[in-house]
Design a protein around this ligand. Structure first.
Ligand SMILES: [Fe+2]
Ligand SMILES: [Fe+2]
Length: 496
């Protein structure tokens, strides 16, 4: 192990002090810790010191406690929990570090975002002569850089696009001549991407972008181990407590799951249910919401959620994540429901954070409520709430759920960017748009799970037409999808 660690640091252009090495070797999983150390270390210097390892270990204590919180842990004296029928595939929600100043914390987040995407892009043959921004000056010919987008603007006279990007060594402004292929990409603020540029010989002229590379989903994906006939059902946006919750459609869904509806053979194979947020309607989420509420107490809304979930067969493994209407901190990544609320739900329900990535019988599912649609849809020409899966493709190509900072999606100042998409899931599910959509992208099944709330006055005002009461059922072994329509409870059917 000692040699393996030394080699690992050498490969990453670092020299490790003997004392730092001994400390790492005294820990469980020293290789995993070393990887984190390089990801998180604030300096880019060549030496790894004992102090750096110690600092990471203190941070690690907090981060490693996170999964317990993400599982919505019961109090210590509560009943012992059975092992979860799913496995978390990344660290999910990580709590903030107490005592950190907000600006420092955001710096940490952007450094982590930059370094992670840099690691994904480095060494790609389509990024020749990769240099830092500082080293771009004084070069000539073709070079590549990896940068975080700071500003995009169109010149008033010639309508060229100017793209300002940063990395850890500096900033540079790049030119995208009008009508050049690189102008067809929509650049989103704060996303990290790779750019191949031509640096002109004359000093004072801007480098010209020739090609753009997003981290994207790898063309070849590892084979999945899922076999058998088990299926997962995807729902979202129940909005329990709202006057417009579709109780009869919900009852028809529960009957279907008991085998009393269409396609009982398919219903019998459903093992898992995933609910992608906005479990309840909440209180004071938008102006005059009280007019739309049937239940005016937030705890009572979760009691009712527990009652509705207990109408579903107890054999199901139900996973719920919060959305922007739920009673947790709205800044993303959002923690799981606190134990006081999670305890109101049946014992077959697990509360995880938003976003979460977990394995269901060997198939990786990424669940994100989708608040960032509110920032991405206005920023992406042609995007709309009617086609959220198009926006989800953009998220996958950026490998980020909510890149834009300072918009409508509040982002928590954490030392790690928990909104990076890592690993890439096999099924990527969102909600929030209150529509229903399914698509595929590079082998990933994209689902925008439907809502169980009818149109509200507020949505009418904002011109959102929901497609409610659809249930997406996916066979995990081959990712085949069957959608059911419960919008007319008496006539539940397979949806077209
Ligand atoms: Fe919603
Ligand atoms: Fe929402």
């Amino acid at each position: 192990m000692r040699e393996a660690l030394v080699r690992y640091f050498e490969e990453n252009q670092r020299l490790i002090e003997a004392e730092a090495l001994s400390l790492l070797l005294s820990q469980p999983e020293p290789l995993r810790l070393s990887r984190r150390l390089l990801e998180e270390s604030e300096t880019n210097g060549p030496f790894v010191t004992r102090g750096m390892v110690e600092r990471m270990l203190t941070l690690g204590e907090l981060t490693l406690r996170a999964p317990a919180m993400a599982f919505g842990a019961r109090p210590a004296d509560g009943p012992a929990e059975p092992p979860p029928p799913y496995r978390l595939l990344n660290e999910g929600f990580a709590p903030g570090i107490a005592g950190r100043k907000p600006l420092e914390a955001y710096q940490g987040l952007f450094h982590h975002r930059y370094r992670t995407v840099q690691r994904w892009l480095k060494g790609r043959p389509d990024l020749p002569n990769l240099v830092s921004i500082k080293d771009l000056r004084g070069r000539e010919g073709t070079a590549s850089v990896i940068g975080i987008v700071r500003e995009v603007r169109v010149t008033s006279e010639k309508k060229h696009t100017l793209l300002a990007i940063d990395d850890e060594t500096g900033s540079v402004e790049l030119l995208l001549p009008r009508d050049s292929p690189a102008t067809r990409t929509t650049y989103l603020l704060d996303e990290v991407l790779g750019l191949t540029v031509s640096v002109p010989r004359e000093s004072g002229r801007l480098p010209v972008v020739r090609a753009v590379h997003r981290p994207d989903v790898p063309a070849t994906r590892p084979a999945r181990s899922t076999t058998g006939s088990s299926r997962a059902l995807f729902l979202s946006d129940l909005h329990i407590g709202s006057r417009s919750f579709l109780g009869e459609s919900w009852s028809a869904l529960a009957a279907f799951l008991r085998g009393e509806g269409p396609e009982p053979e398919i219903a019998a194979e459903i093992r898992h249910v995933v609910v992608a947020g906005d479990l309840v309607d909440g209180i004071g989420i938008y102006p005059h919401q009280e007019r739309d509420l049937a239940i005016h107490d937030i705890v009572e809304q979760y009691v009712e959620l527990g009652r509705r979930l207990s109408e579903l067969p107890a054999r199901l493994n139900v996973i719920v994540i919060p959305g922007n209407h739920d009673a947790v901190c709205p800044a993303e990544p959002q923690p799981a429901l606190p134990a006081e609320l999670a305890n109101l739900l049946p014992t077959n329900v697990r509360a995880l954070g938003n976003p979460s990535i977990f394995s269901l019988d060997g198939t990786a599912v990424g669940a994100y409520h989708g608040r960032s649609f509110d920032d991405l849809i206005p920023a992406m020409p042609g995007a709309s709430y009617a086609r959220p899966t198009d926006v989800m493709k953009g998220m996958l190509s950026m490998r980020h759920l909510a890149p834009i900072y300072g918009g409508r999606t509040p982002i928590a100042p954490l030392p790690r960017d928990g909104l990076l998409i890592d690993p890439v899931p096999d099924i990527f599910v969102t909600g929030h748009a209150h529509t229903f959509g399914a698509d595929r992208y590079r082998g990933v099944l994209l689902l925008n799970a439907s809502t169980w709330q009818a149109e509200t006055e507020y949505q009418r005002m904002r011109n959102i037409t929901p497609i409610p009461a659809r249930a997406a059922v996916v066979k995990l072994a081959d990712l085949s999808l069957t959608a059911f329509d419960f919008s007319e409870p008496g006539r539940a059917a397979v949806a077209a």
